[in-house]
Design a protein around this ligand. Structure first.
Ligand code: SF4
Length: 120
């Protein structure tokens, strides 16, 4: 996965295609037709509901778009795995596991606080 600076992400939000952003974040752009390696680390992606939707759906530019993506994620059979993947890989753009960038930042912050309070 390519780590991107905040500046690059802002540019991505306005200057890159959804496919380019998806590629940068490791999300296959054409899950429905892409060859699939069942032993790969991201094999679970092939079962995601998003494989039936354009990648741009998951890189919305406003809250309405986030809600639309969340609705698709809601009954996704790999939602939990997807969210953990995004958290582990620190993917900070797009909707993953039914969570927006902001929601994932809150989850990570909450986990850091939990870890800190346990070790103190
Ligand atoms: S939770 Fe959402 S983004 Fe993740 S695989 Fe499922 S549909 Fe795709």
């Amino acid at each position: 996965m390519i780590k991107r600076s905040k500046r690059d992400q802002r540019q991505g939000a306005i200057g890159l295609s959804a496919e380019a952003i998806a590629e940068l974040n490791g999300r296959p752009t054409e899950l429905a037709v892409a060859p699939h390696d069942p032993d790969s680390e991201s094999a679970w992606m092939a079962d995601g509901n998003c494989r039936l939707h354009p990648p741009a759906t998951f890189f919305p530019s406003d809250g309405v778009g986030v809600d639309k993506a969340r609705k698709i994620c809601r009954d996704c059979p790999v939602m939990g795995r997807c969210l953990e993947y995004a958290l582990e890989e620190r993917i900070d753009h797009g909707v993953w596991g039914g969570c927006s960038e902001r929601e994932r930042r809150r989850i990570l912050k909450s986990r850091r606080l939990e870890t800190t309070s346990v070790t103190v």
